[in-house]
Design a protein around this ligand. Structure first.
Ligand SMILES: Cc1ncc(COP(=O)(O)O)c(C=O)c1O
Length: 372
C-alpha cells in the first residue's frame, strides 16, 4: 500500500478532498430535489439576460477552479434559464419532462463513465438490447427485427433511410457510392413531414430534389392518389422510387397518414416503407388510440422518440428495422482491433453483434440510463 507522500506525488484526477466532494454531491441532490419539487411555484421559463450570456464568452480558464465555485456558477448562470419543458405548465410542442429516476440514472451512468456501443458482453449493452426489444414488442415489430437507441428521431430517421437506400439501390452503395446509381432514386413524404426527413435525404446523397413532397388532404394527411400519380410519373421519367415516408403524428397538427394505404403502395411498388412516429408512434400502446396508427407495424423502419410522449430525459429515441440483416449490412464495419463475432466468436462463444454494428457511432453513452 502506498503511503501519503507517495500519493501526493501521483498524477491523478481524484479529488484532493473526498469528504468535501461527497458533501458537494449531497448538496446537489438536495438542491435538485428542491428544484423539481417547487417547479410549479415558478414561472415556466425566463430568458437569460445579456449579463448572463456575456459570462459565456472570453478566453479559456488559465487554471483550475474549485468544484464548489463551478457549482455556484451553475446555480447562478445556468439553472434558472432552462427551456422549462419539465414544468407542468409547459405546453409547447411535444416535449417530455424527464423523471427523477432518470436524473439519478444519469448520475449512476456517469459515475462509471459508462460506454456502450462495443463489447456486447457488458451489462449496459444488455440493458439497451432489452429496452429496444421492449419497444419492438410494444410497437408490434417481429422478433427478427433489430433496433438501436439514438439521440433523437432525426438520428433514427437517418439510420432508417440509410438502410432503405442500401437495401433498395440494387447495387453495393457502400462500395460504389451514389454516383453509379444510374437512375435517380426518389423518396416520397407529405408536405407536412418533418425537416429531419429532408436532412437525412440530403446527408445520404439522394439530394433534396429527389425528395418528392406529396400534397396533403384537407385533414393534412398525405394525399394517397397524388402519391400514386407522382410515383407513376417518376417511373415514366426513368427514376427509381425507393422509399415512402409516412408520418404518425405531424409536428404541426399531429395528423397521421393513412399508414395501411402507404404500406400497400410500398408492397405494390417495391418501395421501402419508413414511418416517422416521433411522438405519435406511442399511440399504439393505448387501447383507445391504437387504431390511429394502424399499419405502422408494417413499416420496414420506424423512427420514434422516447423523450417526447414517453417523458424520458433528453436525449433518447429509437429506430426499429424489420430486416435485421439489412440493418447490420448497412453499418457493420470491424477494424481488427475490435474484432468480434463473424468468425471471432468473442468471450461468449457466439456471434453477438455489437450496438456499433447497427449505427454510425462507435463510442456512445449508456442511453438506457435515461429510462428511469
Ligand atoms: C414529427 C417529427 N419528426 C421528427 C422530429 C425530430 O425529432 P428529434 O428532435 O428527436 O430529432 C420531430 C421533432 O419535433 C417531429 O415532431
Amino acid at each position: 500500500m502506498k503511503n501519503k507522500s507517495d500519493k501526493s506525488r501521483e498524477e491523478t484526477l481524484d479529488p484532493e478532498d473526498w469528504e468535501a466532494m461527497r458533501a458537494l454531491g449531497h448538496r446537489m441532490v438536495d438542491d435538485m430535489m428542491d428544484y423539481m419539487e417547487t417547479l410549479r411555484n415558478r414561472p415556466v421559463w425566463q430568458h437569460a439576460p445579456p449579463a448572463i450570456r456575456d459570462r459565456f464568452s472570453g478566453p479559456p480558464p488559465t487554471g483550475p477552479e474549485l468544484p464548489q465555485e463551478v457549482y455556484n456558477e451553475y446555480r447562478r448562470s445556468i439553472l434558472p434559464y432552462q427551456l422549462g419543458n419539465s414544468h407542468p405548465r409547459y405546453w409547447g410542442w411535444v416535449t417530455g419532462c424527464g423523471t427523477i429516476m432518470g436524473a439519478y440514472a444519469e448520475m449512476l451512468a456517469a459515475s462509471t463513465d459508462s460506454v456502450s456501443g462495443a463489447f456486447s458482453y457488458m451489462s449496459n449493452n444488455y440493458v439497451e438490447r432489452q429496452v429496444v426489444d421492449w419497444c419492438r414488442q410494444l410497437l408490434g415489430f417481429p422478433q427478427s427485427s433489430t433496433g438501436l437507441l439514438t439521440s433523437g428521431c432525426s438520428a433514427s430517421t437517418l439510420i432508417g433511410l440509410a438502410v432503405a437506400r442500401n437495401t433498395m439501390a440494387g447495387y453495393d452503395v457502400r462500395a460504389k457510392g451514389m454516383h453509379v446509381s444510374g437512375k435517380q432514386m426518389t423518396v416520397y413524404c407529405s408536405e407536412e413531414a418533418h425537416s429531419s426527413v429532408q436532412k437525412a435525404v440530403e446527408l445520404l446523397g439522394f439530394g433534396n430534389e429527389a425528395l418528392r413532397r406529396v400534397p396533403v388532404t384537407e385533414s393534412l394527411q398525405i394525399d394517397v392518389p397524388a402519391l400514386r400519380d407522382m410515383i407513376t410519373t417518376d417511373r415514366a421519367a426513368g427514376c427509381n422510387p425507393v422509399c415512402i415516408v409516412g408520418v404518425a403524428g405531424t409536428t404541426n397538427t399531429a395528423a397521421i397518414d393513412d399508414l395501411n394505404a402507404l404500406a400497400d403502395i410500398c408492397a405494390e411498388e417495391r418501395c421501402w416503407f419508413h414511418v416517422d412516429g416521433a411522438f405519435g408512434a406511442w399511440a399504439a400502446i393505448a387501447p383507445k388510440s391504437r387504431h390511429l396508427v394502424s399499419g405502422m407495424e408494417r413499416a420496414d423502419s420506424l423512427a420514434f422518440d422516447l423523450h417526447k410522449w414517453m417523458y424520458l430525459a433528453y436525449p433518447v429515441a429509437c429506430v426499429l428495422i424489420r430486416d435485421g440483416q439489412a440493418h447490420r449490412n448497412t453499418f457493420s464495419l470491424t477494424p481488427t482491433y475490435l474484432a468480434h463475432g463473424e468468425g471471432d466468436r468473442g468471450l461468449t462463444g457466439v456471434d453477438v453483434p455489437w450496438l456499433a454494428d447497427y449505427g454510425f457511432e462507435l463510442s456512445r453513452g449508456f442511453w438506457p440510463s435515461r429510462h428511469g
